[in-house]
Ligand binder design. Structure first.
Ligand SMILES: Cc1cc2nc3c(=O)[nH]c(=O)nc-3n(C[C@H](O)[C@H](O)[C@H](O)COP(=O)(O)OP(=O)(O)OC[C@H]3O[C@@H](n4cnc5c(N)ncnc54)[C@H](O)[C@@H]3O)c2cc1C
Length: 358
């Protein structure tokens, strides 16, 4: 059932067992897990079923960092940012979970294999087809492989979906007897008990002015990578620094697509790579090639390699071989061979070269 929260009388108190805040990819996925259970679930969504200009402006805010469009980069209605996502998907790599001394705070408490069963389930929810990310399987099918691929450059497979969560799963959520979705319902504060350890209720406000409370035994925060920290930091009545922020880490790990140019591939026969990198291999799939070439971090991680210390091998030999930075960035010099900046700090650039990281 969908309810327009703007119709609720001022200061109404709603009670439920489970409250999910945000109906994007995460919120809808979790809500579907609860369909048909013996308890009641409330899904609170800031927006409507379709785009609403006034609600979208709530994404706006001040940005103290690099230029970034807070208002245009996310979507604030049922389905969340999947309403305009590219649908490009692949699991994280093993290295993403490892502790790396050049990446502060790196290292997860578990490895990639721990997530594999969940990846397969997510794959099916995203309607991505068979769970195949092995480049060799694609290369064998098309009988083609780039000759230079090996230790330093590898093929990574991406899968594409056109699934918009807000459309594909809307009816299922609507029909569910134990799930009630409130639209136009903006959570503005999470209230806790006196210890600040247990969330007890949330304050919900509609743009038109009415406000109400929702109490639950369990709250699931699914408002996205920027709004989750925003809400936790806003909820600071008991803990001045915000909920869960005793280590000052809430919101510190936001990452967009970190991109940099690592090289240029000049092909004498451009058609050689077309099969895997420039045409669609699977009928019915998104018409974007599944393969991407990626530099690896295998070599720089070997002890003794000058790149381990964040320097190009040529610079290690002679600084005179450096040329002026073609981008004209002050005094910075780059290597004529690989354009590695002379003053690059230790370890920088040791993420997968040329990769777009999600
Ligand atoms: C242009 C673009 C392209 C993208 N392309 C890709 C891609 O190709 N591949 C990929 O993997 N990812 C892509 N992404 C990222 C992907 O869309 C997100 O990672 C994903 O949607 C996050 O899911 P989520 O549920 O955490 O948040 P969202 O999908 O953003 O959902 C959050 C929901 O919470 C609601 N909400 C927010 N604040 C409140 C509040 N205070 N109270 C109540 N509700 C609230 C919002 O209205 C929204 O519906 C793209 C994103 C953008 C913007």
């Amino acid at each position: 059932m969908f309810i327009d929260a703007r119709q609720l009388p001022e200061e109404t108190s709603v009670e439920t067992a489970v409250c999910i805040i945000g109906a994007g990819a995460a919120g809808i996925t979790v809500a579907r897990e609860f369909i048909g259970r013996s308890f009641q679930v409330v899904l609170l969504e800031s927006g409507a079923l379709d785009y609403d200009e006034a609600t979208q402006t709530l994404c706006d805010g001040e940005n103290a960092g690099r230029p970034y469009s807070l208002i245009g980069s996310r979507m604030r209605y049922f389905g969340g940012s999947t309403n305009h996502w590219g649908g490009q998907c692949r699991p994280l790599d093993e290295i993403d979970f490892e502790e790396r001394d050049w990446v502060p705070h790196s290292g997860w408490p578990f490895g990639r294999s721990h997530l594999d069963p969940f990846y397969e389930r997510a794959h099916s929810i995203c309607q991505l087809g068979a769970f195949v990310y092995d480049a060799a399987a694609y290369e064998a099918r098309i009988d083609s492989r780039a000759a230079f691929i090996g230790r330093r450059v590898v093929t990574k497979i991406f899968r594409y979906t056109s699934t918009l969560f807000g459309q594909v799963y809307r009816d299922e959520i609507r029909r569910s007897r134990n799930i009630t979705t409130y639209l136009f319902a903006n959570v503005v504060e999470i209230e806790t008990d006196e210890s600040g350890r247990t969330a007890t209720r949330v304050r919900v406000a509609c743009l038109q002015g009415n406000k109400f409370w929702l109490s639950a035994k369990l709250f699931i925060l699914a408002t996205g990578g920027i709004e989750n920290p925003r809400l936790l930091l806003l909820s600071n009545k008991v803990h001045r620094a915000g909920l869960g922020n005793q280590y000052d880490l809430v919101g510190r790990f936001f990452m967009e697509h970190a991109c940099f140019k690592s090289g240029i591939l000049a092909l004498t026969q451009p058609t050689v790579l077309e099969a895997l990198y420039a045409t669609n291999q699977e009928p019915g799939d998104h018409p974007i090639p599944p393969g991407q070439l990626r530099g690896t971090s295998a070599e720089p991680r070997q002890p003794g390699d000058p790149r381990q210390r964040g320097r190009c091998p040529r610079q290690e030999q002679s600084a005179t071989e450096l040329e002026d930075d073609p981008q004209g960035q002050g005094e910075r010099k780059t290597c004529t061979e690989c354009h590695w900046p002379r003053d690059r700090p230790r370890g920088a650039g040791q993420v997968d070269a040329g990769a777009k990281r999600r």
